[in-house]
Design a protein around this ligand. Structure first.
Ligand code: PLP
Length: 384
């Protein structure tokens, strides 16, 4: 019998828009909860009360960071569920008759909206985007003029290109027309100063695993605590808005992760923006014909960079080649990484879908040497 020892170097992780590594301090909080706070928060005995205290403390922490009241925060299993709950909830209540969204939204918004509008006979209207992928505010205003009884759903930062919407301008337009404003804020919560009051969202959503928290925990912010019909029924948890025993360890971990991220946003922003600019600089310098999708050097989230390489690179081989070189990145949407479906976002931006494109997404754990290493490998793939 032979014993094979395979020496494998650790791959560099540049897929943080898909998921981030757990912060060690978060893990400690979750471990403590797992051993010490195992009661059901709905139970009235001491163990249950202890879990309830943990849950409500987490809610207060999150609400404080979002600048909302704890009664406006509702826990979910993540971003997909929170988006579905809000969109279905508003549709079921009959307060709106139309939805206005963009073809560049995440599937967690596009797919439920298609189903809702088909099943409930509601109007679904897509706002136009300019060629860098920014929302056409004039067209939005036109649509709102026609459909004031609408809910506008526009994501804060696009998960593929990083493009940011002008939140305050969109909120203002919605307010002027009496429409509701939902934003898929999954990519920005924990990475931006997310002051819900200041930004003007009626509904926002978060997913803990995007900011170094655990998978399976998220929340929705509902301004004014406006109640709507829940999609998950069978218990009175979350003030009847989301049935099911709360994921106490996950929620406590999420609150800790958000507290840590919120406390270091400026430092992380400076560090990560530096990585992104260095990668852009090196790629421009070394790869003739490289292109950046969206508004990479303008109004764009500092953690995401979407790149299209020149035609000589085989799109099918790009991801496997980078994987062999020790770099984990994705092409297309986070949800379709692993599948070879083209990106609906890049397609909407006029890309053919046959080009070699990749999304590099950074976190505070990435280093400048890693960014330089990736630039070197991309150069090799383009020239080799
Ligand atoms: N919305 C956006 C913009 C995302 O990037 C993602 C995850 O990739 C989701 C929603 C889904 O979040 P979750 O994984 O928590 O369901």
């Amino acid at each position: 019998m032979f014993n094979f020892v395979i020496m494998k170097r650790k791959a560099v992780y540049f897929d943080n828009a898909a998921s981030t590594p757990l912060d060690r301090e978060v893990l400690q909080v979750m471990e403590h909860c797992q051993w010490e706070v195992y009661g059901n928060p709905s139970s009235v005995h001491e163990h249950g009360r202890k879990a309830r205290v943990e849950l409500e403390q987490s809610r207060r922490t999150i609400a404080g960071i979002m600048n909302v009241s704890p009664s406006e925060v509702f826990f979910t299993s993540g971003g997909t569920e929170a988006n579905n709950a809000i969109l279905w909830g508003c549709a079921l209540d009959g307060r709106i008759r139309n939805f206005i969204t963009s073809p560049l939204e995440h599937p967690a918004v596009l797919r439920p909206l298609e189903l809702i509008c088909r099943e409930k006979g509601m109007g679904l209207h897509y706002v136009k985007n300019g060629n860098t992928g920014h929302v056409d505010l004039e067209h939005l205003s036109l649509l709102l003029g026609k459909y004031p009884d609408a809910l506008v759903s526009l994501m804060h930062a696009n998960n593929e290109t990083g493009n940011l919407i002008p939140v305050k301008a969109v909120a203002e337009l919605c307010r002027e027309h009496g429409a509701l404003f939902h934003s898929d804020t999954v990519q920005t919560i924990g990475k931006f100063e997310t002051n819900i009051q200041k930004l003007g969202f009626d509904y926002a959503v978060a997913s803990a695993h995007k900011f170094h928290g655990p998978k399976g925990a998220g929340f929705m912010v509902i301004k004014g605590g406006r109640e709507f019909s829940p999609i998950i029924r069978g218990g009175g948890q979350e003030r009847n808005m989301r049935a099911g025993t709360e994921n106490v360890y996950g929620i406590a971990g999420m609150a800790k992760a958000l507290e840590i991220s919120a406390g270091r946003i400026e430092k992380d922003m400076e560090h990560i923006s530096g990585l992104k600019s260095e990668l852009i600089r090196l790629l421009y310098e070394n790869i003739d014909g490289v292109q950046f999708n969206g508004d990479a050097e303008g109004s764009s989230l500092y953690t995401i960079l979407n790149i299209t390489l020149p035609a000589r690179v085989d799109p099918e081989m790009l991801l496997p080649a980078l994987d062999i070189e020790g770099y984990s990145v994705s092409t297309g949407s986070a949800c379709s990484s692993g599948s070879n479906k083209g990106s609906h976002v890049l397609e909407a931006l006029g890309r053919s879908g046959t080009e070699a494109s990749l999304r590099v997404s950074f976190s505070r754990y990435n280093t400048i040497d890693e960014a330089r290493g990736l630039a070197g490998v991309l150069k090799k793939l383009c020239t080799g």
